[in-house]
Design a protein around this ligand. Structure first.
Ligand code: NI
Length: 176
């Protein structure tokens, strides 16, 4: 398959709502997911949404899952986490979000600590999972991509938005 180039913030496609997947287990869908996987791996990413490689379809992958999901089905989310503060950002880069479409930056985004999501895998099999912590954050970040939302649009306090090299010198951070 192939490593595809990732669109960057400013590209109008990243602001569009992606279309739902109508047909599962097709060569086209498998090829799309293989390309997304190759692209994510080559960039050391934690997750990727199809719109980021220019395909306006509701497909996301992460290190631990690949699925098509609709925001309408995300329910039962608990515990909005807005607690990371100055001390936290210094010792734990993982609490701030990065994005392959906003390279080299990191910001603090309020996210639910745990949530349940439903969707389908690439074969059409139903998925119904409850996830927490890092996995929950990645799901929220990727599903936002399907609805034209980039994480900087969710930052509430712009003091917690900056460049990786300044906030976390020498750290190898994963983006999604
Ligand atoms: Ni992203």
């Amino acid at each position: 398959m192939a490593v595809r180039s990732v669109l960057k913030m400013g590209d109008p496609l990243l602001l569009q709502q992606a279309k739902p997947v109508e047909q599962f287990d097709t060569p086209e869908l498998h090829a799309l997911i293989a390309d997304m996987q190759d692209t994510m791996t080559s960039l050391n990413g934690a997750g990727l949404a199809a719109p980021q490689i220019g395909v306006s379809l509701q497909v996301v992958i992460s290190e631990s899952a690949r699925f098509s999901v609709s925001r309408r089905r995300i329910g039962a989310a608990h515990g909005l986490d807005q607690s990371a503060a100055v001390g936290a950002r210094r010792r734990d880069g993982g609490r701030l979000e990065g994005c392959l479409s906003v390279p080299g930056m990191r910001g603090l985004v309020p996210r639910y600590k745990s949530l349940r999501y439903q969707g389908r895998d690439q074969y059409g099999k139903e998925i119904d999972r409850t996830v927490a912590d890092f996995h929950a954050r990645v799901v929220q970040h990727e599903v936002d991509h399907l609805f034209g939302i980039l994480y900087p649009m969710r930052i509430r306090d712009m003091r917690f938005f900056g460049f990786n090299e300044t906030l976390f010198p020498g750290e190898d951070l994963k983006d999604d």
